[in-house]
Design a protein around this ligand. Structure first.
Ligand code: 13P
Length: 301
């Protein structure tokens, strides 16, 4: 269903800008997950690609629609694409949580190799209708599509989720609906909600692995974990064993970089130069990305 139409995939799996489908094909075969890092700055792009190169692992760099306020796609998009093209490892350039069709089509026209349509706020049939149109246009150009079913909430609202069944069923992805959604849309990857939240975790996460496993078994497409930063190693591994192949990651890496800069500035005597701040940020994000990429790769280093 999600298999790319490229015959000689092994031969092409070298330094290059690749589609999400190509990376997921490998991840599916080898049973691991690929880190998908939001990169709303030059420092984040350089850090994540350097981490992937050092570990010889493929990676996904993502521009999120909510990060348009930090840097618009017209500026960061070409930088992401140029960095991917000159990387020593396969890199997919992805649009994350696209709700605006204008932005999705802009990303596709610019050369992004993957887009996510987030129609999770739409009525079910409307989500299918729009996703189908995007899949048709994207696949025609060799671009992959991720779509979402269920709701990914922000951490500040996570404490509002009670264990009441109706809340959970509204927020978490329903496995039977997911099977119908994937079958009717032909998407390459499904963003599923099973207990992770975007942002800092205010209470320790409790993931519904039973639900995840059912979603995967019923859809057989690679599952995307959103709100991927801030979990423990065991949870990542359990999620991967149960079908997660793409882990969206940002908040904890960005916080580490911010905290590193705060510490360095406190220790610093004498003048502070902005270029030093960018180097500290790159180094911190690179180390952080390497640490989690090793976990996602499911092998010992
Ligand atoms: P975190 O910022 O919570 O790691 O989530 C990232 C994400 O899911 C992007 O889509």
């Amino acid at each position: 269903m999600f298999l790319p139409k490229i015959k000689d995939i092994e031969r092409r799996y070298v330094k290059m800008l690749v589609s999400l489908a190509e990376l997921l094909y490998e991840a599916q075969k080898k049973q691991y997950a690929i880190g998908a890092f939001n990169t709303p700055s030059l420092e984040a792009i350089r850090a994540v690609i350097a981490a992937a190169e050092e570990l010889s692992l493929p990676v996904i760099i993502s521009h999120a629609e909510v990060h348009q306020k930090f840097v618009p796609i017209e500026i960061i998009g070409p930088i992401m694409l140029a960095a991917a093209k000159s990387a020593e490892v396969p890199v997919c350039v992805h649009l994350d949580h696209g709700r605006s069709l204008e932005l999705i089509y802009k990303a596709m026209d610019m050369g992004f190799t993957s887009v996510m349509f987030d129609g999770s706020n739409l009525p079910y049939e409307k989500n299918i209708e729009v996703t189908c149109q995007i899949v048709k246009d994207a696949h025609h150009k060799g671009i992959s599509v991720e779509a979402e079913l269920g709701t990914m909430i922000e951490s500040e609202h996570s404490t509002e989720i009670t264990s009441s069944k109706s809340d959970i069923n509204y927020i978490y992805t329903d496995p039977d609906l997911a099977a119908d959604f994937v079958q009717r849309t032909g998407i390459n990857a499904l963003a599923a909600s099973f207990g992770t939240v975007h942002g800092l975790y205010l209470t320790s996460p409790k993931l519904d692995f039973q639900r995840l496993s059912e979603i995967y078994k019923k859809t057989m497409v690679p599952i995307v974990m959103h709100g991927g930063s801030g979990l423990g190693e065991k949870d990542y591994h359990k999620a991967i064993v149960n079908g997660v192949r793409k882990i969206n990651y940002y908040t904890y890496m960005a916080r580490d970089a911010g905290e590193t800069i705060r510490e360095k500035l406190t220790e610093l005597r004498g003048p502070v130069f902005y270029h030093d701040i960018t180097s500290w940020a790159i180094d911190s994000m690179k180390q952080h990305a390497m640490k989690v990429m090793k976990i996602f790769a499911m092998k010992s280093y």
